[in-house]
Write a protein that binds this ligand. Structure first.
Ligand code: SF4
Length: 281
């Protein structure tokens, strides 16, 4: 993470491209939170890269004055991880929607969790495929009626926080786009965390599945006495069917793959072949 001494404000991360989201889209709140999170850490825009996949939320990099990479569907994580391995000096953030991360790119989530590469992921979850006009996504509730499921969704619903916790992700949090200040703090803490940080951002799609009222009623701050190092207790919060807890569920410091790989490279560079040959001659 490269900090700059210049006094940056949220507007310094805003590009000249006007967001093309529908009026009222939750993604505006997440964008606003990202601007604030980056500004509070004073991260240099030219040392920060935002990587996305495909979907409404994946237009995100266009609206930011950082470097960006609008990749292919479900592949934000491989691009972001490769980038961090090659350029450990950069701050790398991967963004996208529930389809990108929990359906098309779900397999990448498993391995990103195991590698614990130092990147931050913000998943904008609206429980629908907004870009293709409102079909069910992995997080849509059971029974959800759409044009593609006229008799209601027959599958059950994916639980992002419980999945991240059981995959051993080293930083797991949830925010809500209607509370951008709190979400900005979570993004900031995720970027400060050394390792793979996963931020589930509830971000309604008022055009195809308006969940604002439901989430206004169910989003609740994680109790202040919650122990962020207790994965089992975090899991019980994540499994609560009535409430959508907001805040940090879990965090732990453990070795990251980018650090370990760079140590190996350093060891290889310092390896003394003559000494080795003499010893085994
Ligand atoms: Fe946002 Fe939904 Fe419009 Fe997409 S379709 S921009 S998710 S409101």
């Amino acid at each position: 993470m490269v900090q700059t001494p210049i006094n940056l404000t949220p507007k310094d991360y805003k590009s000249e491209v006007k967001p093309t989201w529908c009026p009222g889209c939750g993604d505006f709140g997440v964008l606003n939170a990202a601007f604030r999170g980056l500004a509070s850490l004073k991260l240099s825009p030219d040392q920060t890269v935002v990587v996305s996949g495909i979907g409404c939320s994946s237009r995100f990099p266009h609206f930011m004055k950082t470097f960006g990479f609008h990749s292919v569907h479900g592949r934000a994580l491989p691009v972001a991880q490769g980038l961090k391995m090659a350029r450990p000096d950069l701050t790398v953030v991967a963004v996208g929607g529930d389809g990108d991360f929990f359906s098309i790119g779900a397999g990448h989530l498993v391995h990103a969790a195991l590698r614990n590469i130092d990147i931050t992921v913000v998943v904008m979850d609206n429980e629908t495929y907004g870009l293709t006009k409102g079909q069910t996504s992995p997080t849509s509730p059971h029974g959800h009626v759409t044009k593609s499921t006229p008799y209601g969704l027959l599958a059950s619903s994916f639980n992002p926080i419980a999945t991240a916790l059981t995959l051993n992700v080293s930083f797991v949090a949830r925010g809500y786009s209607a509370k951008p200040k709190e979400l900005a703090t979570l993004i900031e803490q995720g970027m400060l965390h050394k390792g793979f940080s996963f931020i589930h951002a509830l971000s309604p799609c008022p055009t195809f599945y308006n969940t604002f009222d439901a989430w206004d009623a169910s989003v609740t701050a994680i109790p202040p006495d919650h122990d962020e190092h207790d994965r089992i207790k975090a899991l019980s919060l994540a499994m609560d069917a009535e409430k959508q807890y907001m805040g940090i569920f879990y965090q732990e410091e453990r070795p990251t793959m980018d650090q370990a790989a760079h140590q190996l490279v350093q060891q290889a560079k310092e390896f003394d072949i003559d000494k080795y040959m003499t010893r085994y001659a």
